[in-house]
Design a protein around this ligand. Structure first.
Ligand code: MG
Length: 437
């Protein structure tokens, strides 16, 4: 804790059924502050949304450090603590304002506490308190032998992977609730994948979770919360090629995710996207076991998917030495139809025969470098293979980068509502596959 301030009793309510109302505190020392705990109450039953501002007392004049949706706490003086992580750190003395953005009965503020501990802030206002109270609204995923089961029944689901979440890479603009709703309503998608970029100081590190933690967590939570609201499955993907170099960070992250989301059947943990140049038994498996143990302390049962060597293609190596410390584990198979043909389907079939379940968390209709032309014939061969073997899949990628794998044309709206002309050749093909899965 850094400082605790009590609101002026004469003006502690910043709004009463009124968006646009604001209360400000002058000369608040914001140095080192990473989150704020509010003691607040709210009587109105409809949700309200407020923003934390510095440097101005409106959304247009101030810098927005974070927003939150608050639901009724049971009465105008039924106080509850709500935490907001700040989207950026500011220093020195600031005028700190709490601003009603939308909804009724914004909140009744009693006091707030400035903290140097990172907080929970998804940017659209869903925190664990606010999540839909429907953890069992969607069938639980389990595994049995080489099968992934949905509510105990064999089957498979289809959907889209978002692009790398890294700040400044272009794909991050699609990490929002509108896109998730579009995938559900107009693509009939059952699955969405949040591909959270990992890495340190190499070219994959720019804007990644390692460099920009709060921003990337916020994007992932936004997608996960929206998926829960829309009764979709969602993959939380540690999108790394060298995850073993960030093992402690991975454990910390998945501890946090499993504590938040372990009760939601929607959530799937993908703990290593595509291992490169490391062995299954020597490196990947020990990494996976350490992360799995951390997740299982909070969440005994949600599906965990583990990457396999060489861009998640050497599923036979995992099949020869599977993970036995936990149940509900599946293994990653990735393919790109322009590059990977029957030989990789044969390898996958052999792994299934060995008894491990597979999950295609990423695939493309184009070449393995993410570019090139759509290979219609091989895509259809792969879809037949996945359908016949009840293997679920997410396509790479829902993004507007100029490359063959992108589903969207450049500058397609970040809020969905895409016409066919805003989809690429791959996007139109994949939408058709997902809609009819
Ligand atoms: Mg669970």
């Amino acid at each position: 804790m850094i400082e605790s301030l009590t609101a002026d009793p004469n003006q502690k309510a910043i709004g009463y059924y009124d968006a646009g109302s604001v209360i400000c505190y002058d000369q608040v020392n914001m140095s080192g502050v990473r989150s704020i705990d509010f003691l607040m109450a709210k009587g109105a039953s409809d949700p309200g949304r407020f923003a934390i501002l510095v440097g101005g007392n409106s959304l247009s004049s101030g810098t927005n450090l974070g927003e939150k949706i608050t639901n009724a706490t049971g009465g105008w003086e039924a106080y509850r603590v709500v935490n907001v992580g700040l989207s950026q750190q500011v220093s020195g003395n600031q005028t700190l304002c709490f601003y009603g953005v939308s909804g009724g009965g914004i909140f009744n503020l009693d006091k707030f506490t400035l903290s140097d501990v990172p907080g929970q802030n998804d940017g659209v206002g869903k925190d664990p308190d606010d999540l839909p109270n429907n953890p069992g609204a969607i069938a639980k995923i389990t595994t049995q032998g080489n099968r992934v089961l949905f509510g105990g029944q064999p089957g498979s689901i289809a959907g889209m992977s978002l692009f790398w979440s890294n700040d400044g890479w272009g794909g991050e603009k699609y990490y929002n609730a509108d896109v998730v709703r579009e995938l559900k309503n107009n693509w009939n998608a059952k699955l969405v994948r949040a591909a959270m970029g990992i890495n340190g100081d190499d070219e994959e590190g720019a804007g990644s979770y390692i460099q920009s933690r709060e921003s990337n967590i916020r994007k992932v939570k936004t997608v996960v919360n929206a998926a829960i609201e829309h009764d979709m499955y969602v993959i939380i993907d540690w999108h790394a090629h060298k995850a073993e170099n960030f093992r402690n960070e991975s454990i910390e992250f998945f501890r946090e995710m499993s504590a938040l989301y372990g009760n939601y059947n929607n959530v799937i943990y993908e703990i290593y996207n595509e291992p490169l140049g490391v062995s299954w038994s020597g490196v990947i498996k020990p990494y996976a076991e350490a992360v799995i143990r951390a997740i299982r302390e909070n969440d005994p049962d949600n599906l965990i998917i583990v990457g396999t060597p060489s861009w998640s293609q050497e599923v036979d190596q995992a099949a020869a030495d599977p993970i036995t410390i936990s149940s509900n584990i599946a293994y990653t198979l990735h393919f790109y139809a322009g590059t990977h043909h029957q030989w990789l389907r044969d390898k996958a079939s052999a792994a299934l025969r060995s008894g491990i379940p597979l999950f295609v968390t990423e695939w493309g209709a184009v070449d393995a470098n993410g570019d090139g032309a759509v290979n219609q014939a091989e895509t259809q061969a792969w879809m037949t293979f996945l359908k016949n073997n009840n293997i679920s899949h997410a396509n790479w990628a829902l993004n507007d980068k100029v490359e063959g794998a992108s589903a969207l044309v450049p500058n397609a709206s970040p809020n969905g509502g895409w016409s066919d002309s805003q989809l690429t050749e791959s996007g139109r093909l994949i939408k058709d596959i997902i809609r009819n899965w």
